[in-house]
Design a binder for this molecule. Structure first.
Ligand code: ATR
Length: 301
């Protein structure tokens, strides 16, 4: 039974533009309910021109925290009071926690009474970066360390995934992208940040452990496969991860299953970034199974 909204119900929200298709409210409210917190999580369509006011408004209203999605993740960097050290290398934040100053210490607002008179600050976190690693491990049973990996796509999502995977020290990281120069740029960035990691451009000719789709190909049913099938055969890889989660089975995942690969779609990335945000706000372990089931109901039923 979902508790009634009362005068002490606390709020969280996701800000995006557009936002109406977000599955985060379903996922987060299921998690909040399972943790028996008297909170609610809303979705707000916030135009980028109003992001500053919207963040300050949530701060003034003593929200517990916020999630940020497209197009706010970069813009918000300049709008928070403090950035978590681990978020700094990513140049983007997707989670804000509001904290109050009590006895010279910054305490998450979730731990302070709703009417306490404190100075409040907004702290930015990035829970997206680790979500890909957790999804690969938990949903696909792939440990990126020491693995041979092909990553297709060098846009925003591909770049972030490549940089995060490089931190795990794969044996080989292959970057394939329609616009080759963008893959080369990402390779340069990896060399600068994580020297010693073997990064190659194009497709491997030998067997690999994992292929990842970070392109937008597969969102539409008649999309071509993201890999150049003349240069790479899906039988060469043991596992395939598609960052797309809608549809649940992209043409790539269907072809990968046919080729005998283990497969997983991108739902785990959405789940694990959200679970981490809830943990950052509440200090409690997120109820992963409840949140995953809520996402499934929202997205696939
Ligand atoms: P996101 O933030 O989701 O990563 P993006 O930055 O626009 O979005 O990146 C989209 C990715 O899909 C890019 O790797 C893009 O390739 P280009 O860098 O060559 O543009 C890839 N992509 C999109 N449409 C494609 C298509 N028709 N064929 C091949 N790759 C495509």
């Amino acid at each position: 039974m979902i508790p009634e909204i009362t005068a002490t119900t606390r709020l969280c929200a996701v800000y995006g533009h557009p936002i109406k298709h977000s599955a985060s409210p379903a996922m987060q409210n299921a998690g909040i309910d399972a943790l028996k917190l008297n909170w609610r999580y809303l979705a707000c369509d916030v135009h980028p021109d109003h992001l500053r006011e919207a963040i300050n408004g949530a701060k003034a209203m003593r929200f517990i925290g916020l999630n940020l999605t497209v197009p706010h993740k970069l813009l918000a960097l300049d709008l928070v009071d403090h950035i978590d050290e681990a978020a700094k290398p990513w140049g983007a934040i997707n989670t804000i926690r509001f904290e109050g100053l009590a006895h010279n210490q910054w305490i998450p607002l979730a731990q302070l009474p709703p009417d306490a008179e404190n100075k409040i600050r907004a702290v930015g976190f990035n829970t997206d970066a680790d979500a890909i690693i957790r999804a690969l491990k938990e949903d696909l049973n792939v440990q990126p360390t020491g693995a041979k990996i092909l990553l297709m796509g060098a846009g925003g999502a591909g770049r972030a995934a490549a940089l995060r995977i490089a931190q795990e020290h794969p044996a080989e990281l292959w970057l394939a992208n329609r616009t080759r120069s963008k893959a080369e740029e990402v390779a340069k960035e990896i060399h600068a940040r994580t020297p010693g990691v073997t990064v190659k451009i194009g497709y491997p000719s030998t067997e690999i452990d994992l292929a990842i789709n970070a392109t937008s190909l597969g969102l539409k049913p008649d999309d071509a496969l993201p890999c150049d099938t003349g240069a790479f055969n899906l039988k060469q890889t043991r596992a395939v991860y598609d960052m797309i989660y809608r549809p649940a089975e992209t043409p790539l995942l269907a072809a990968a299953k046919n080729a005998g690969c283990r497969t997983a779609n991108g739902l785990g990335m959405l789940l694990y970034q959200g679970a981490k945000a809830l943990e950052i706000w509440s200090g409690l372990a997120a109820p992963i199974d409840v949140m995953r089931a809520a996402l499934h109901r929202q997205i696939y039923v």
